[in-house]
Design a binder for this molecule. Structure first.
Ligand code: PLP
Length: 356
C-alpha cells in the first residue's frame, strides 16, 4: 500500500501530476520546448510576485545554493543559520573557498533582523545567505523584516534566500521584499517529484555575477541568462518536470494563490494546536513554520513505532532531523495536502497513542 507522505519532502504527489510527468518526450531545442518553458516561467514569476528572471535548474536545490555562493560572492559572505539545512549552506560557501562569516542561532530559534545587522555592521560582506523555512526545526525566519533592514542600512549587500520548504505554500513577495535570489525545489510545497529547482535572480545579482570569476558552468547564472533569450535552458533539462509544473501552476491559480496560502495557514494552526495540547512545539513562539510543524517528543513516544501503525492506515510522518532525531518529530502540511487529510492523520495518531 502506498503511504501518503506527511514528511517534509518529498511530499505527496497527485496521480494526475505523475501522469503529466509521463507526457511523450520532446527535444529540448525544439519549438515545442520553448513554448513550454515560455508558458511555465511567467507562471512561476507570478507565484513569486516578481519580474526578475526565473530560471529552472535540473538539480536539487543544493545545486542552486552552491550556485549562489559561486555567482554572488567573490570574497566574503554572511551565512545565517538556525538548523541543519541552513548550516549546510555555510559549509557549501566554505567548500567553495569563500570567506564565510557565520551567524548561528540555537536550534528552534529564529534569525532576527538585529542579529543580521550586528554582523553586517562589521562590513565587507557582499551577500547574505539565509533560509526562510528551516525544515529541521520548523522555524520560519522573518525574511521580509531582514530584507527591509538590509534595504535601509546595507543597500549594496545582496540577499539570497533558501525558500525550499516554503515556496508555493506561503506568500513570498520577491520584488516587494527585495530578494536577489529566491530558490526552491519542486518536491516540497509544489507537490511534485524531486529533480528540478526554480530560482529567481535580480538584475543586480546578475551584474554582480559578471564581476565574480570562476563561477563554474552548470550553475553559472550568466549562462542561464544567455539561454533565457532563446527561451531554452543551458543543458538538457528534466522535461517531465516542466510538463508537470506547467499543469501544477494552472491548478494553483485555479485554487487561487491567496486561498492556497490561507489553506496552508489553516493547516498550520490545526497542527500547532494539536501539538500544544499533546506535546510541545519546537519552534520559538511567533516564528513557527507554516508548512511543517516540529514537535518536541515530550511523551518519549517511539516515532518508528508510530509510523509502523500509521503505515497500516496508509500514512507516514517524519522523525526529528540530525541531532533531534529521537527528541522530536515532524509533520508536513504543505503542497496539495488538505485540512481534512491532516485532521484524519491527527485522528489516527490520537487513536494509536491513546490521546484524547
Ligand atoms: N534547504 C532546505 C530548507 C531544505 O529543507 C532542503 C531539503 O530538505 C534543502 C535545502 C536541500 O534540498 P535538496 O536536498 O533537494 O538539495
Amino acid at each position: 500500500m502506498h503511504k501518503k507522505l506527511f514528511i517534509p519532502g518529498p511530499t505527496e504527489v497527485r496521480p494526475e501530476m505523475l501522469k503529466h510527468m509521463g507526457t511523450p518526450m520532446i527535444g529540448h531545442r525544439s519549438k515545442e520546448f520553448s513554448q513550454l518553458l515560455g508558458e511555465v516561467t511567467p507562471k512561476v514569476q507570478k507565484l513569486l510576485y516578481t519580474k526578475d528572471h526565473v530560471f529552472m535548474s535540473t538539480s536539487s536545490s543544493t545545486g542552486v545554493m552552491e550556485g549562489v555562493v559561486r555567482n554572488l560572492v567573490e570574497k566574503k559572505v554572511l551565512a545565517c543559520y538556525c538548523g541543519a539545512f541552513s548550516e549546510r549552506w555555510a559549509e557549501i560557501a566554505e567548500a567553495n573557498g569563500k570567506e564565510t562569516d557565520r551567524l548561528e542561532v540555537e536550534w528552534g530559534r529564529a534569525i532576527l533582523p538585529e542579529m543580521v545587522d550586528e554582523k553586517l555592521k562589521k562590513g565587507g560582506h557582499e551577500t547574505v545567505i539565509i533560509v526562510h523555512n528551516e525544515t529541521s526545526t520548523g522555524v520560519m525566519n522573518p525574511i521580509r523584516e531582514v530584507a527591509q533592514m538590509m534595504k535601509e542600512k546595507y543597500p549594496d549587500v545582496l540577499l539570497a534566500v533558501d525558500a525550499v520548504s516554503s515556496m508555493a505554500g506561503v506568500k513570498i513577495d520577491v520584488d516587494g521584499w527585495g530578494l536577489d535570489v529566491c530558490l526552491a525545489g519542486l518536491q516540497k510545497a509544489f507537490a511534485l517529484p524531486p529533480g528540478l529547482a526554480v530560482f529567481s535572480v535580480s538584475d543586480r545579482a546578475l551584474e554582480k555575477a559578471k564581476k565574480v570569476p570562476h563561477r563554474g558552468y552548470y550553475f553559472d547564472f550568466l549562462v542561464f541568462r544567455k539561454y533565457w533569450d532563446k527561451v531554452q535552458t543551458p543543458t538538457t533539462p528534466s522535461i517531465p518536470h516542466l510538463f508537470a509544473l506547467n499543469k501544477q501552476m494552472d491548478d494553483m491559480f485555479r485554487e487561487g494563490l491567496e486561498q492556497r496560502f490561507a489553506r496552508h495557514g489553516q493547516m498550520a494552526k490545526v497542527a500547532r494546536d494539536w501539538g500544544k495540547k499533546h506535546f510541545a512545539l519546537y519552534a520559538q513562539p511567533g516564528y513557527e513554520s507554516v508548512t511543517l510543524t516540529t514537535y518536541v517528543n515530550t511523551r518519549e513516544i517511539s516515532v518508528a513505532g508510530l509510523n509502523e501503525e500509521l503505515a497500516k492506515r496508509g500514512a507516514v510522518i517524519s522523525n526529528g532531523y540530525g541531532k533531534t532525531k529521537e527528541k522530536a518529530f515532524r509533520i508536513a502540511h504543505m503542497g496539495d495536502t488538505t485540512l481534512d487529510e491532516l485532521n484524519e492523520l491527527l485522528g489516527w495518531i490520537d487513536e494509536i497513542l491513546g490521546l484524547s
